[in-house]
Design a protein around this ligand. Structure first.
Ligand SMILES: NC(=O)CC[C@H](N)C(=O)O
Length: 439
């Protein structure tokens, strides 16, 4: 049977395709000659499943969409503090090619040209080749295969790079550029000439959305914190002077490029990319913006509209026979899904308000996919409370979501019996009861 997702994406391509407003980027000779017609959409789930429609495998130059990834690389290699000393994180409200520096001599953010040139300068290496090589390798790691260069686009843009050279020279003069201006500009333009298709960009977006793991290769390219930082800056600065509009109408961290691509990353959910070369006055793809608006609405992806799922955390709270009912019954709490603060609150509220008179309390985490530290702590406190009342507390935790350190730090190591399954808990309990009876 066919998944409905591909046809759904195809219907969006069909609906939006007639939109032919906007202009090609004419300040780069090769882009001015590009075919304006292609239009493609790609979605990448975090397990690497990709859905596409239209011209999703048509290559184009990545241009400014590379900025988010080079920024991630610079942070990975140099550390956030060092990068922040050179490039800020404030939305500038200016155009992408603005000659921008803040009061500390830094470009406002890494998503405009000034900040991206400053970021490229921070990538390890002494020469353009060394630095660019690191960038190309990193972006290829995010895409999951080797990305090559559109040499024509590179030489064409380099021949008219007066403005970017001006920006780099100004940054160097103000002391904020960590490389010679020529090295920074040439490398920066070269990174923008890397060739991708919408499918590649969707996978790159998914790599950020997953917290730094490439969905197909499984390679961790970034730590979770760096990925989250990059997504934050994409949210506030990725669409240049249209960032405010974008956050309110789309609400997905994203980065556009004048080649016509937009890469989006919906944290913890999926990567999205669109490709269509005609640009609006901000330099963002017209059809791409329209497609993102549609996808955000239809797929409920807006960051500020997160569904409430805390009430699902407690799968069931039941009384069960325990230890073959020879000794008594247990109050059993079975949790499921992702347990964050809100989910844990609903669980501990129930556990602390139930009037239980059971000899045993069983907490089961078998169906829990992920549990946040704060939730471990809250549930540990309630389990400790039950132990304090003289009840025997069993924790069915086959994945050891409570690690040995957690048991120590939450002071439940000798209060709670951690087991792999229900039967094992009963077996241990039976032995204990027998030993006590024997005493
Ligand atoms: N917004 C963009 O994609 C700009 C990238 C382009 N290489 C430039 O520096 O002008």
């Amino acid at each position: 049977m066919r998944s409905p997702i591909g046809p759904y994406l195809a219907s969006i391509v069909d609906e939006i395709r007639p939109e032919d407003s906007g202009e090609l980027a004419d300040y780069i000779p090769e882009l001015a000659d590009a075919d304006p017609e292609p239009f493609g959409i790609a979605l990448s789930m975090l397990d690497g499943q990709v859905y596409t429609a239209g011209d999703a495998e048509r290559p184009f130059t990545i241009q400014s969409s590379a900025k988010a990834f080079t920024y991630a690389l610079a942070i990975r290699e140099r550390g956030l503090t060092k990068v922040l000393a050179h490039v800020g994180v404030e939305p500038s409200g200016d155009a992408f090619n603005a000659i921008s520096v803040d009061e500390r001599g830094r470009p406002a953010n890494p998503m405009i040209n000034a900040g991206a040139i400053g970021t490229f300068a921070l990538v390890p290496g002494d020469t353009v080749e060394e630095k660019f090589d690191a960038v190309q390798r990193f972006l290829s790691d995010c895409a999951g295969h080797d990305l090559d260069i559109d040499e024509g686009a590179y030489t064409s843009e380099l021949s008219t790079a007066y403005r970017n050279r001006g920006i780099a020279n100004m940054l160097r003069a103000s002391g904020g550029l960590a490389a010679e201006p020529d090295i920074a500009v040439e490398g920066y333009i070269r990174q923008g000439a890397l060739r991708v298709c919408a499918k590649d960009l969707a996978l790159m977006g998914a790599t950020l959305a997953s917290g730094g793991v490439q969905p197909v290769t499984g390679k961790r390219v970034l730590d979770d914190e760096t990925a989250g930082h990059v997504l934050s800056v994409m949210t506030t600065c990725g669409m240049y002077d249209a960032a405010g509009d974008w956050v309110s109408s789309v609400g997905i961290p994203a980065k556009s490029g004048v080649g016509g691509g937009i890469v989006g990353a919906s944290p913890g959910r999926l990567g999205i990319a669109t490709f269509s070369p005609r640009l609006d006055v901000h330099g963002n793809s017209v059809r791409g913006v329209a497609a993102f608006e549609r996808l955000s609405r239809d797929l409920s992806l807006h960051l500020m509209r997160i569904p409430e799922t805390g009430h699902l955390a407690l799968r069931e709270a039941i009384s069960v026979d325990y230890i073959s009912n020879d000794y008594g019954t247990a109050a059993m709490y079975r949790l499921q899904g992702i347990i964050d603060f809100v989910a844990a609150e609903s669980v501990v509220r129930r556990m602390t308000s139930d009037q239980i008179d059971h000899r045993y309390v069983v907490v089961e985490l078998t169906d829990v996919a992920e549990i946040k530290l704060v939730a471990l702590q809250m549930i540990a406190a309630v389990m400790a409370g039950f132990a304090h009342e003289g009840r025997q507390v069993y924790l069915i935790d086959p994945a050891r979501l409570y690690g040995p350190d957690d048991l120590q730090r939450f002071d439940i190591a000798d209060k709670v019996t951690q087991v792999d399954n229900f039967e094992q808990g009963e077996a241990i309990g039976r032995e204990r009861e027998a030993a006590e009876a024997g005493d």
